[in-house]
Design a protein around this ligand. Structure first.
Ligand SMILES: Nc1ncnc2c1ncn2[C@@H]1O[C@H](COP(=O)(O)OP(=O)(O)O)[C@@H](O)[C@H]1O
Ligand SMILES: [Mg+2]
Length: 271
């Protein structure tokens, strides 16, 4: 079957995806579509299935039978995506016994790249990731922000069209976080990968994204897909602009509605 241009332009597509763990339905009827080059952010209450979504797209977990998963226009099983997307899991997972460079090249090493070549490439990338001079340091010698940059560098070094970032700035203080957001956009403008980015933080989701997906409470599905039609490059002042605040109000209303629903449901069960 020939693909129409709009179909091939979508890098990733999920339709009606379910995922159950034992008696817990983590995700239900999850449908989303990501065109190549887009920066999509995902917000939703804790436990709504965000990491589950990523684990499936990264090929680590298979969805329940019945849904459709497409990558580059082709229908596939989740496990076929293993190694085809770059994935930064929720915890940074730096190996404490490896220095910065050797942590940065892990994914390349696993896929059989020559160590020396990979190290040289990582060394060249250090300045862009604000790690110049830190190549020989170990994770415990780095600040939280630096560790996140090493983990991000590793994800960027594993060059795949689709990049999944699961709450990469979740553990950082507000100031470091906002610096990292601007830095990430800067790096992204140059590398232009397709990004799926999970966050708890609505401001972060709007500031970074071309589109924000708001998820429902568990079982997770997409409640709202809100385009962010704000110009790039984006500066820190953007978050106080009326346009930004209007988008934020809409997203918060969706989240509020969702929390009320789950609060009522919990309340009823308790009664
Ligand atoms: N491997 C697993 N085994 C059993 N339950 C799981 C597993 N992974 C996730 N869950 C459950 O699925 C739900 C969604 O989890 P998760 O995707 O981690 O949520 P989020 O990332 O949105 O906080 C939670 O109730 C969690 O306990
Ligand atoms: Mg999670």
């Amino acid at each position: 079957m020939t693909e129409t241009p709009t179909e091939t332009a979508r890098l990733l597509e999920l339709r009606g995806i379910d995922k159950t763990f034992g008696t817990v339905q983590a995700v239900r009827g999850l449908t989303l579509s990501v065109p190549a080059g887009e920066f999509v952010t995902v917000v939703g209450p804790s436990g709504c299935g965000k990491s589950t979504l990523f684990n499936m797209v990264a090929g680590l977990d298979e969805p329940d039978p019945g849904g459709v998963l497409r990558f580059k226009g082709r229908s596939c099983h989740a496990h076929e995506l293993l190694g085809r997307v770059s994935f930064m899991p929720q915890r940074d997972l730096l190996l404490p016994w490896r220095n910065v460079i050797d942590n940065a090249i892990i994914a390349n090493e696993i896929e059989g790249a020559d160590r020396k070549t990979a190290r040289a490439r990582a060394l060249r990338m250090l300045p862009e990731f604000g790690l110049t001079g830190f190549e020989a340091q170990y994770p415990h010698q780095l600040s939280g922000g630096m560790r996140q940059r090493v983990a991000l560098m590793r994800t960027f070094m594993f060059e795949r069209e689709l990049m999944l970032l699961d709450e990469p700035f979740g553990a950082l203080d507000a100031l470091t976080r906002s610096m990292m957001q601007r830095w990430l956009l800067d790096v992204w403008e140059r590398h232009r990968r397709t990004v799926l980015f999970i966050t708890h933080d609505v401001d972060e989701a709007i500031f970074l994204g071309d589109r924000v997906l708001v998820m429902t409470a568990r079982p997770g599905s997409v409640k709202l897909a809100r385009p962010v039609d704000l110009p790039r490059p984006r500066s820190a002042e953007l978050v106080t602009s009326p346009e930004f605040i209007a988008i934020k109000r809409e997203i918060l209303a969706a989240i509020e509605e969702e929390s009320m629903k789950s609060f009522m449901a919990t309340g009823m069960r308790a009664a």
